[in-house]
Design a protein around this ligand. Structure first.
Ligand SMILES: [Zn+2]
Length: 182
């Protein structure tokens, strides 16, 4: 019986599809192998477009690491991370966490600063909303009512985010992919 062997262009074509299949498997493994009830992370550009593949993987891995440190990776949440390379949308802001509801979040991260540190900071806000520590209208913090007149710098959720982001980043730098619970 004759076996068909691919040669030349046909072979490249074959390899192309194999590579594509391998890349898809990695993405599926990274983001979807946790099953129902786990955090789902998507990474895109400002308008939902693709970002470079290595950046996509780096952001996804860091987000997963930070979620594990914060103990929220098993919460059924979706986090859409949008990466900004230009200041068009963000202005002088380095990061934002927008609450769609207590299960769905949009996190904006600027690349012109220490984006890992910013991502860690915003993931703390995701934790605060997802755990109900901070109400989605930001009037309630850990069962205490807030008047809303506190300076940004002194808001307790901002103080917590600033306090934790450095530790989270340090742990990620030392043990990427092997998080210590904070
Ligand atoms: Zn903040």
């Amino acid at each position: 019986m004759e076996r068909k062997v691919c040669v030349g262009e046909e072979c490249l074509y074959h390899e192309y599809w194999l590579t594509l299949a391998a890349i898809s498997s990695i993405i599926v493994l990274l983001y979807s192998n946790k099953g129902y009830g786990y955090m789902q992370v998507s990474v895109s550009g400002p308008n939902g477009g693709a970002v470079p593949f290595d950046l996509h993987i780096a952001v996804g891995m860091a987000a997963e690491h930070f979620a594990k440190q914060l103990g929220i990776q098993r919460l059924h949440t979706t986090i859409m991370i949008r990466i900004h390379q230009q200041a068009l949308f963000m202005g002088d802001c380095e990061g934002l966490c927008e609450v769609v509801d207590e299960r769905n979040f949009v996190v904006d991260v600027a690349l012109w600063c220490n984006w890992l540190s910013t991502l860690a900071h915003e993931m703390v806000h995701v934790k605060q909303f997802a755990r109900g520590e901070l109400s989605t209208d930001m009037t309630q913090w850990k069962s205490r009512r807030h008047c809303g007149n506190i300076d940004y710098e002194n808001q307790p959720w901002e103080r917590e985010a600033r306090r934790l982001q450095g530790r989270m980043l340090e742990d990620y730098t030392i043990n990427p992919g092997n998080p210590t619970i904070i």
